[in-house]
Unconditional design. Structure first.
Ligand SMILES: Cc1cc2nc3c(=O)[nH]c(=O)nc-3n(C[C@H](O)[C@H](O)[C@H](O)COP(=O)(O)OP(=O)(O)OC[C@H]3O[C@@H](n4cnc5c(N)ncnc54)[C@H](O)[C@@H]3O)c2cc1C
Length: 434
């Protein structure tokens, strides 16, 4: 990278994770000149549950990557465990989605997708950190992001500083999003946020055909807390074990996820062989901004995707597919802006997000509010676990695998939930708060 690269790219993408790489792929594939800055060098470790649902697989297939997943562990559904009951639920058959998911470490997955973007023509600056926006321009009004003409960057190994210029800037720097904050994004604290921790263990059941989630996650005193524990088999001798705490409620703020993890390790079935001796290293954690918690997401020439925009699914903490999807959506609107639509085209991205996810995330936020109370959570989960048919439909809602054209119980139930969630937000006058 030159200290000062006078070339003006069509697009600069800050962050080469799922959202940034997908955005770069779709833009490069359409023939635009795209540069990506990624502060780490691929392959790199990334704290995650490593679970891909059929929604994520669909996006990877659309990027021509499904064959590259041949070495990953394909699984067929979810084993749901709570209050002494176990239900094994296959992924449903929904048009447009496969009936399977994969588990694959982010170490391998993110390198694959970034490489795909590079093959499509994107220029990737790895080991290069965006320090902040170049020539920031004040937002055009309230509810808009600042603009900028690129990023001030540092090539970390060489310790060299430089500038990268572009007509449009895509913010894809993840949950902490320092670049997004510098342009004016903020997380609405009334919205739900997840905290999660995961570790790898060696296990004889590493190639189990189902992923497992425990919906009666307990703290060290044995009290149920809102969230779930998971065991995701990786098929490579290891399992990914973790806990996620979901809440909008301040009463969970002091809860220590490391202790929650310790408690879960003793709660998980012994057959998984989860023990200090089988641990592959210390557990690591991160935050999950969800339910469209972060905004604004567009400015005159800036646009935010993935975790940087708070776009994780509040029902299940899934963010990889939403990174791919929102990266792809942003690519379409940036391409329209580049083709002559100008800044107005970016504002349409926000409207499209609302159409695509607004109702779903509204219900998700109400769901988190409901289960933030342990008594309600216990009541709902233990009642739900008595009916396989109910849980199968609920799984379709929670994984966002519904199909409006062929409405079944999940779709009908969901439209009732949308009305209830809208009423709730009107009554409380707030969009995410308890
Ligand atoms: C413990 C845990 C478990 C999870 N499990 C799952 C799961 O099983 N399935 C699932 O779908 N989701 C899961 N998630 C959520 C998922 O990890 C995220 O939603 C997903 O990574 C979002 O992708 P992204 O591209 O928006 O952000 P990221 O994946 O965070 O990518 C951002 C990239 O930007 C780079 N970057 C950051 N700042 C800069 C900068 N200034 N300059 C250059 N580069 C920068 C980072 O190095 C990173 O590569 C989990 C999250 C956690 C914390």
């Amino acid at each position: 990278m030159a200290d000062r690269d006078d070339r003006v790219h069509d697009v600069l993408v800050v962050g080469g994770g799922p959202a940034g790489s997908s955005c770069a792929y779709w833009l490069a594939e359409a023939g635009w000149d795209v540069a990506v800055v990624e502060k780490k060098e691929f392959p790199r470790e990334k704290t995650c549950g490593d679970g891909l649902t059929p929604r994520a697989v669909r996006q990877l297939a659309d990027m021509g990557l499904e064959d590259s997943l041949a070495g990953a562990h394909r699984y067929h559904g979810l084993r749901s465990v709570a209050f002494g009951r176990t239900l094994e639920l296959e992924w449903p058959s929904v048009p447009g989605f496969p009936t399977y998911g994969y588990t694959i470490t982010r170490h391998d997955l993110d390198a694959l997708v970034c490489e795909r973007a590079a093959k499509a023509g994107a220029t990737i600056f790895q080991g290069t950190e965006a320090q902040g926006p170049l020539d920031p321009v004040a937002p055009s009004g309230p509810g808009a992001l600042a603009g900028c003409s690129g990023a001030v960057v540092t090539a970390k190994k060489e310790g060299r500083h430089g500038e990268l210029r572009a007509r449009y800037i895509v913010v894809a720097d993840g949950a902490n999003s320092r670049f997004g904050r510098a342009l004016g994004t903020a997380r609405d604290r009334a919205y739900p946020q997840g905290m999660a921790l995961r570790g790898y263990y060696r296990s004889e059941r590493h190639d189990d055909p189902l992923i497992e989630s425990h919906l009666d996650l307990r703290d060290a005193n044995g009290d149920v807390v809102p969230g779930y524990g998971w065991v995701f088999p990786l098929g490579d001798g290891r399992i990914n074990v973790g806990v996620g705490l979901l809440s909008t409620d301040h009463r969970w703020k002091g809860l220590n996820t490391a202790r929650l993890m310790d408690a879960f390790v003793t709660q998980a079935p012994r057959s998984w062989g989860i023990a200090p001796e089988t641990a592959c290293g210390p557990a690591t954690g991160g935050r999950l901004p969800m339910g469209m918690a972060v905004g604004p997401r567009t400015g005159a020439n800036t646009i935010v995707v993935g975790d940087a925009g708070g776009l994780i699914n509040p029902f299940n903490g899934e963010g990889i597919s939403y990174g791919y999807e929102t990266g792809r959506l942003a690519a379409a609107y940036v391409a329209e802006a580049l083709a002559g639509g100008g800044p107005a085209a970016l504002a349409d991205y926000e409207r499209h997000l609302e159409r695509a996810y607004g109702d779903y995330y509204r219900v998700g936020r109400a769901f988190v509010r409901l289960i933030s109370d342990p008594a309600r959570m216990r009541l709902c989960v233990s009642a739900g676990m008595r009916s396989r048919a109910f849980m199968a439909e609920l799984m379709r809602i929670m994984a966002n695998l519904m199909h409006p054209e062929t409405p079944g119980l999940a779709e009908v139930g969901f439209s009732g939930m949308v009305k209830a969630a809208e009423r709730l937000e009107r009554l409380t006058g707030r969009r995410g708060a308890p």
